[in-house]
Design a protein around this ligand. Structure first.
Ligand SMILES: *[C@@H]1O[C@H](CO)[C@@H](O)[C@H](O)[C@H]1NC(C)=O
Ligand SMILES: *[C@@H]1O[C@H](CO)[C@@H](O)[C@H](O)[C@H]1NC(C)=O
Length: 348
């Protein structure tokens, strides 16, 4: 617990209070056992641009003019907790996407499930932004994007980013602050992810989409762009995607451990941190985008004060040429064009 560290930083008082508020929401960081790269992951693409540390406990993913890079969990999980301490590239990062996500798109081409954290680079001096999203059973026509700013510079230090996925809910975390919770709702049906997924981490050139709707491209003058992943954690239930039932490696105790872990419960304090985060740092939510979804999707919990702020467009303010429903194909590295993965761009 290092709440006290906050007080030694000389920043304006309000910043300090925010920092304090977000760093001290729980008594301590999650109780996680971290694993080495080889214990849980395999290289996905990028050859030499995936660099493991000598002790095998962390990995760097680089993007240069030749390729990005990525790794994948060696197994698939049906319900799990996927987490890493991540540091992003700094300086000029426009056009970059660093993604930390779960998917089964390689196994279920038309009916895939996916949970996303995607970091979107920016021009020099402008902050990184990120988005979260989910798909279930190939629901690519129902994007569920939310976009946010961060309360720190993610290129300066490591922060823990986590995705919890259980039969009941999904929680996205930054450090121990839950930033989004999706509670499973009957009406979501199969749009709530329900088949085993792998964890992916990638860095790739998303010039046509990531920054101001593709206005600012990757500038390879600043390459290589280096992202770092350490203190890797994978908990949950290893599962075979084809079998109806969890494989032998998945014990009830795995599920119980997942559901009883500290990260599976949002404390009152964390809940108010989540509320504040969303009030202050969320700048797009599909739940308030009435142009796109005249009837909000079933899991949306409409909060009147938020609705007021988002003015039925899902955006905090109008900017550029909003077309509504514009989609972009997403490319996640060399040769990995996932045509089924359509992307909605709230920055347009
Ligand atoms: C942390 O988790 C381990 C097992 O995963 C458990 O034995 C230990 O008691 C936990 N510690 C705390 C403080 O909860
Ligand atoms: C998933 O989608 C496929 C194809 O659209 C459909 O046939 C299937 O019934 C869906 N699965 C569930 C569980 O709804």
């Amino acid at each position: 617990m290092d709440c006290l560290c906050c007080w030694s930083v000389s920043k304006p008082l309000y910043l300090l209070l925010f920092f304090y508020f977000f760093s001290c929401t729980a008594k301590a960081a999650f109780n996680l056992s971290t694993i080495s790269f080889d214990e849980g992951y395999s290289p996905l693409f990028g050859d030499g641009n995936l660099v493991r540390s000598p002790d095998g406990r962390s990995a760097r993913l680089l993007l240069d003019r030749f390729t990005g890079a990525g790794f994948i969990s060696s197994r698939m999980y049906k319900y799990g907790f996927f987490s890493a301490n991540i540091k992003l590239p700094g300086y000029y990062t426009a056009g970059l996407c660093v993604a930390f996500y779960t998917s089964n798109g390689d196994v279920f081409k038309k009916t895939h499930d996916e949970l996303d954290i995607e970091f979107l680079g920016n021009t020099k001096g402008e902050p990184w932004r990120f988005q979260t999203n989910l798909y279930g059973n190939g629901s690519t026509s129902h994007g569920r994007e939310e976009r946010y700013r961060l309360w720190f510079d993610p290129s300066k230090e490591f922060h823990r980013y986590s995705i919890l996925w259980t039969a009941k809910n999904i929680i996205f975390y930054i450090d121990d602050v839950p930033i989004r919770e999706v509670i499973r709702n009957e009406e979501m049906g199969s749009e709530f992810p329900s088949k085993p997924m792998s964890l992916y981490a990638t860095i790739w050139d998303a010039s046509n989409w990531a920054t101001s709707g593709g206005k600012y491209k990757v500038n390879y003058k600043y390459a290589p762009f280096v992202s770092e992943f350490k203190d890797l954690a994978l908990e949950g239930c290893p599962s075979d995607p084809i079998e109806e039932f969890p494989s032998f490696d998945c014990y009830e105790s795995d599920i119980a451990r997942l559901e009883n872990a500290d990260y599976a419960t949002i404390t009152r304090r964390q809940r108010s941190a989540m509320r504040r985060f969303r009030q202050r740092y969320m700048y797009y939510s599909y739940c308030y985008d009435a142009l796109r979804y005249p009837v909000p999707l079933p899991e949306c919990v409409i909060i009147p004060s938020e609705k007021e702020r988002f003015r039925d467009t899902g955006r905090l303010k109008f900017g550029g040429s909003h077309q509504g429903g514009k989609r972009r194909s997403r490319r996640r590295g060399r040769g990995r064009v996932q045509a089924s993965n359509l992307e909605y761009d709230p920055d347009m």
